[in-house]
Structures are given as C-alpha cells and as structure tokens.
Design a protein around this ligand. Structure first.
Ligand code: PLP
Length: 389
C-alpha cells in the first residue's frame, strides 16, 4: 500500500529539479511594468504567409495524422534546405524525421542511443533540458565547463579529458543558449577530430544556425567525416518565429534515423499536421523573413552588448542566437542575488547564469528579442540598479 501520492512517483522524476528559469517567470508573473529579458523566444509573430498555409490546410480538411516521419513534401523541403543552406545531404525518405520541436528530437536521440550508465558529455553553460533529457533516458551527463576565458568556446582538450570508455556522444550547441557563442569552422574541426579519433557521436543542436551575425554558419555535419556521426537537431521555433507551432526536425544517418523513428512512432506518433503544412511554406518562401529578423536582431545585439560594456557589465560579443551573457562579477552579487534584486527593485527580469551550469555563475542571460525601446529602458534600469549597490 502506497502511503502518500508522492510515493508513486519514480525516483528519476522525484530527483529532477524544476527549471531555474521557471522560478523567475513565476516571480515576475504577479508584477506590473516588468521588462522581461528572460524569455528565450522571438518577439516576432510568425509571418502571415506561413500562418495562412496552415489555415489553408485546415480549410482543405487536412486534419488527420501524417506519416510518423512527417509529410514527404516537408521532408523534401528540409533536405533541399539543408543542402542549399548548410551543404549537407540527407535522404528525405530515410534520414529526416519531423519532430515536436527540437525538444522532442533531443529527447528521442537520447532515448535511442543510451543504455543505462552510458555517458554523454554535455557542454555547459547550456540549454536547461540537456542534462535532464540524458538522465531521463537512463544515461549519465558528464558536464564540461566552457568558460569566459575563451568567450565560452569549449576547448577540444577539455572534451578529451572527459572521455571515458562509457562515452557515447557529445552534446553541442552552436550558436549557444545562453551565451550566444558560435563556433567557427576551425573550432568545430578540432571537436570533429576528437569525435572521429574516439569513435563518438555528436548531437549538434543547431536550432539557432540561421541567427548568426558576423560569420557564415558552419554545420557540424558538413565537417569532413562528420555526416556519419552527427545527429543534427534543428527546428522552426527560432529562425521562423514559430515557437508555439511545436515543430522541429532531426537529420541523421539511416541506421540511427530508423531506430529513432521507432521511439518517435511509439511516443508521439507524428508532429502536428497543420504545423507541417506551415513549415513547408516557411522553407519555400520564408528566406526574406529570416533576413529581416536577422537584421533586426543584429542591430539589437550591437546595442545591448555595447550598453552593457558601457555600464560596467563586461560582455563578450555573441556571434549568434538572441542572448547576451554579461558578467555581473563586478557587483559582488551572485547571479541569483543579482537577478532577484534587479527584479524586485527595478522590475527587469533576467535569468541568473548558474541555472545553465556551474560556469554560468557570475553571469546573467538577457534575451534581446525585445523592442529596441524596451532594451533601452531595461539598460537604464539596470544601470540605476548597479549604481544603487
Ligand atoms: N535547443 C535550444 C538550444 C533552445 O534554446 C531551445 C529553446 O529555447 C530548444 C532547443 C527547444 O526548441 P523547440 O521549441 O524547437 O522545442
């Protein structure tokens, strides 16, 4: 006989910690006049022609399940897009799966690859879901810290030091959430060489690939010898401003893809049908929208990075995504204290860097996917807060 309801809950779910980001949303929820630099999503509405494609699909009565891997038109468009944008070829019939956001692609990859005790090297600071997803799949997340000394670019030597006979994969994200750091071709090559030498897979979360501001983006799968050992995760949430549509995709070599498809088929069946029709339109005609959004994010990145440096919060220039990750060490506060006091005193919500991993302590994540006016006001309030300390 189970005595309380909590005793029904599995050990693994009991031990999961709630996301540190949520706590700040909850704190900010009841407050007025809050400027939020906390949310990790575009401030754009999905472009109209993409919304219209979904409406059209509904008007045509297309409301049933799709094939497990997604409608073939979409997989073909994804294959064209991957070839023309990132120079990587995938077979639409056997190497691409349409998923419920990049989130389900990462979950599916972990559940497909990991046996109990298998290790995945996770580069921190990172998206808050990686470690829980490894653990929920029965694996062990071996955390490696990217640090400010290298502008949060992980060094191949650090990764090498974390490899054990149980390592199966390295989880990598570029451009990165929360640091905005983007790895260039040489830096990717050093990691690729390591993966090849130690016979490892790389799970490359490239969801921010389109949002790169200075250099041309290079996909891990485009590096020599890496197509065969990369599980490339991407999606529509960030680049097409489609977070609510819950649509992503994963490209991988056929053997891995067919194993992942079994997990996907039993757990999710297929991604949302109308979202898939919207995504076909996004890939066929959405290039000008991306270009416009990138131009706007670049302008805002330049503003916020310069402003943080001017008010004494040292901030490296993030090459991509829409996050600035300034240091708050000069204030003498921990990142939790800084974020909490800033919210209470000046009604600006940011995310404390330590929720993304140990090396995030001493930093805050500020999303600049807000209007320039809001960013200007936020900087003014942050300056007033720092001056008051
Ligand atoms: N990967 C990274 C690095 C992210 O920052 C996010 C969302 O914030 C996701 C994946 C999840 O994306 P999706 O909305 O496609 O599930």
């Amino acid at each position: 006989m189970k005595t309380t309801r909590t005793t029904y809950i599995s050990k693994i779910a009991t031990e999961l910690k709630p996301s540190g980001i949520r706590r700040f949303f909850d704190l900010a929820a009841g407050m007025e006049d809050v400027i939020s630099l906390g949310v990790g999503e575009p401030d754009f509405v999905t472009p109209w022609h993409i919304r219209e494609a979904a409406i059209n699909s509904l008007e045509r009565g297309i409301t049933s399940y799709t094939p497990n891997a997604g409608i073939i038109e979409l997989r073909e468009e994804i294959a064209n897009y991957m070839k023309s944008t990132f120079d990587v070829e995938y077979c639409p019939k056997s190497e691409i799966i349409v998923t419920v956001g990049a989130s389900s692609a990462i979950d599916m990859a972990m559940r497909t690859l990991l046996d109990p005790g298998d290790e995945v090297i996770v580069v921190e600071p990172c998206f808050v879901s990686y470690v829980p997803m490894v653990e929920l799949a029965g694996g062990v997340a071996v955390k490696v810290q990217a640090t400010k000394e290298h502008d949060f670019k992980i060094q191949a030597s650090q990764l090498e030091g974390a490899i054990t006979p149980k390592t199966k994969a390295i989880m990598l994200c570029s451009p990165n959430n929360p640091t905005g750091t983007m790895l260039n071709r040489e830096e990717l090559q050093a990691i690729a060489n390591l993966a090849i030498e130690h016979d490892l897979l790389i799970i490359a979360d490239e969801i921010y690939a389109e949002l790169s501001y200075d250099e041309e983006y290079t996909s891990m799968a485009a590096m020599d010898g890496m197509r065969e050992r990369t599980i490339l995760v991407s999606g529509f949430s960030k680049s097409f401003a489609m977070t609510g549509w819950r649509l992503g995709f994963v490209c991988s070599p056929v053997e891995i893809s067919s194993a992942m498809l079994k997990v996907h088929q039993y757990s999710l069946l297929c991604a949302s049908t109308m979202s898939q029709y919207a995504a076909v339109e996004a890939l066929r005609n959405g290039r000008p929208d991306i270009d416009e959004m990138v131009k706007s994010y670049r302008r805002r990145r330049n503003f916020i990075v310069q402003s943080f440096n001017e008010i004494g919060l040292t901030c490296h220039e993030p090459g991509g995504a829409f996050y600035a990750f300034p240091s708050i060490e000069s204030t003498g506060l921990s990142s939790q204290e800084f974020a909490e006091q800033l919210l209470m005193k000046e009604s600006v919500a940011v995310v404390p860097g330590d929720v993304f991993g140990e090396s995030g302590e001493g930093f805050i994540r500020c999303s600049y996917a807000s209007s320039l006016e809001q960013l200007q006001e936020a900087v003014k309030r942050i300056k007033r807060f720092i001056d008051s300390l």
